[in-house]
Design a protein around this ligand. Structure first.
Ligand code: GCU
Length: 615
């Protein structure tokens, strides 16, 4: 018993000593020095910077062997590593596409960036911010360990101790390890490329001593089925640091000539007020308002759209009106360059492709994507399903794994809780049914609702095939806890032929909206044959023709679909030497951005549905 107690204490101590500061949001609108660009690196597959030759952790266990920058102080020094310009890599960006030798690399790479920092204001505090590092990051500044973060697709930041930041010659070292693990999130087995590295922006963020760390302002969850009032209620909170109770927090929405002042009540100050008459955000009219929140010397700005979203009976209501979601699944990858998508240009490429298909919605699979795409979705009026990578066979029996999933869920929601486009938080994909798994996923759903009661919670479920002949039932026990019953089906690709759709109908015992979160078949772009030839464009076209005919017979709670997938994408699991060669070919666009024949089947269906549902 004592041993368990001591272990738990150690774990809590370890977690707390390396726990990163809770997230600072609206980073793009804050004063910051970008550390993007060329970093030097050391590839370290045996983690020599962490362990001695007996593979025992180095006494400092802070990689000090790898943080000091001098290649070799003198000719007698035995040094078997070092940073020089011959070995540089770009940040943001995974290593897999930057160096041919790193295409399949899974392990540790040490990154180093030297920078000067001129402090204009002696009353400022400084944080080191990472948009994402896949998968584990151990961060050192000027030889001091700032902390460690686990999770490949969500932002994190560490406070920089005041005395640590120098005017000249700061050196930042990050040990990045993208090894997959049985007790990680995701786990060992995924159908996407394990891009490793510092894959999103890195910044030194400067804030006043007393500052606004985060805030959320959303329309209050509506009375079920209600249309928002002309002057709707808004609610949320302001999270501040070193702002004393009683200090004034001001919320400004200039376009509305709206200004609200309230006294800080501690680190979290609840907000609850009526807005003046506003234009609601919707896909047709993606109206965003400049909102600024200030306290002390800090002012934080954001662009926020106000809308309500809810699952109501068999429908999904946006601003109190039923919507049909014409979606597509997207991986965070630019296939033409075989690299992770990051930044506004990549976001524009992917969302423009989706819009060309006729989409009003995207499912960002299977992990939180770069912030640029959710912000662009806000501006373009594209609805978003955002998801954490609780994918397939996660270790559902492990509390440590649950905590990792909860941490990623919290980081995903915290970063984007002001994004009007995001209407669904998804807690996972195709997780195999068991009581342990359902308890694990239910716990995530509960956590998500605690963090945000304004959006729908869902997960991509699997189907209980042939429970009744040709009626496929979506009766996953998790359906009891989600707002939207979403399922993946591959009738005609994984088993059977596409004409299986003709004799298939769908049902769910849950009186909730029903959503198809994946359906798709593979085709190598430009390969043409008869429709019975797998991997031909004609087979994929037939697949979607049969699917669309079936969609027209879905039950009355069918509210939308996100076919699998926008673009062909890299996967180490897809190795047919003629048709795949390391690519999953289910894209409606091929890896060069060419539309396949199936694209037009879905585009035609979406044009019909747009006309039919926009009355
Ligand atoms: C699964 C899974 C996807 C995968 C797809 C496929 O449903 O959710 O991540 O890529 O099917 O088999 O292509």
């Amino acid at each position: 018993m004592k041993r368990i107690f001591l272990t738990t204490c150690w774990l809590l101590l370890f977690a707390s000593s390396f726990a990163q500061e809770s997230l600072i949001t609206s980073i793009g609108n804050r004063k910051a020095l970008s550390l993007n660009g060329a970093w030097q690196y050391i590839v370290d597959p045996y983690e020599t910077g962490f362990y001695d030759y007996r593979f025992k952790e180095l006494k400092e266990n802070n990689g000090d062997a790898y943080w000091n920058t001098d290649v070799q102080k003198n000719k007698t020094e035995k040094k078997e590593h070092g940073y020089i310009d011959k070995y540089t890599i770009q940040v943001p960006g995974a290593w897999n596409h930057q160096k041919p030798e790193f295409l399949y690399y899974e392990g540790t790479i040490w990154y180093k960036k030297s920078f000067d920092y001129h402090r204009e204001n002696s009353n400022s505090n400084y944080y080191l911010y990472f948009g994402a590092v896949n998968y584990r990051a151990d961060v050192y500044l000027n030889g001091k360990k700032l902390g460690m973060h686990i999770g490949g697709f969500t932002p994190f930041n560490f406070a920089i101790p005041d005395s640590l930041l120098k005017e000249k010659g700061n050196f930042l070292v990050v040990k990045v390890d993208n090894k997959r693990g049985a007790d990680e999130v995701p786990t060992l087995n995924t159908d996407w490329w394990n891009y490793g590295g510092i894959t999103r922006d890195v910044k030194v963020v400067e804030v006043p001593t007393g500052f606004i760390q985060d805030f959320v302002i959303q329309l209050k969850k509506p009375v079920p089925g209600a249309i928002p009032a002309v002057t709707p209620d808004a609610e949320g909170w302001v999270k501040s640091k070193n702002i004393k109770a009683g200090e004034i927090i001001t919320i400004n929405i200039p376009e509305l000539k709206f200004k609200k002042q309230l006294a800080a009540t501690g680190d979290i100050t609840p907000i609850n007020f009526k807005l003046p008459k506003i234009k609601l955000w919707s896909p047709e009219h993606p109206k965003l308002y400049h909102v600024s929140v200030s306290a002390g010397a800090d002012v934080v700005d954001d662009q926020i759209g106000f809308r309500t979203i809810e699952a109501f009976g068999k429908q999904v209501l946006l601003n109190g009106k039923p919507i049909f979601m014409r979606g597509i699944c997207i991986h965070g990858e630019i296939p033409q360059d075989v690299r992770r998508a990051v930044g506004p240009d990549d976001a524009k490429q992917l969302l423009n492709q989706a819009r060309e298909l006729g989409c009003n919605m995207v499912r960002l699979a299977h992990y939180p994507h770069d912030e640029a795409i959710t912000r662009l979705a806000d501006s373009l009026g594209i609805l978003v399903w955002s998801e954490i990578p609780v994918y397939w066979t996660i270790n559902f029996g492990s509390n440590a794994v649950l905590n990792k999933a909860k941490a990623q869920l919290q980081e995903m929601i915290t970063r984007d809780h002001n994004r009007a486009s995001i209407i669904i938080w998804s807690v996972g994909n195709e997780t195999p049914i068991s009581q342990t798994r359902t308890d694990f996923m239910h716990s995530l759903i509960t956590k998500a609702k605690e963090l945000d009661n304004t959006r729908m919670i869902s997960a991509a479920l699997e189907v209980n095939y042939a429970s009744l002949k040709n009626v496929n039932v979506v009766d996953d026990p998790l359906g009891e806890f989600v707002d939207l019953v979403a399922f993946n089906e591959y009738l005609g690709w994984y088993g059977g032929l596409p004409d299986q759709c003709r004799k298939t109908s769908w049902s769910t015992p849950y009186n909730k909206p029903l959503f198809i979160s994946e359906t798709g078949g593979g085709a190598k772009g430009g390969f043409h044959a008869d429709s019975l030839t797998r991997f031909s464009e004609e087979y994929q076209e037939w697949y979607f023709k049969e699917q669309v005919a079936m969609l027209k017979r879905m039950p009355d709670n069918f509210v939308g679909i996100t076919p699998w997938v926008l673009n062909d994408f890299r996967s180490p699991k897809r190795n047919n030497p003629v048709y795949q060669e390391g690519w999953n070919r289910k894209g409606l666009y091929d890896d060069k951005g060419n539309k396949k024949k199936a694209f037009y089947i879905m585009q035609n269906y979406y044009n019909e549905m747009k006309t039919k549902t926009s009355k």
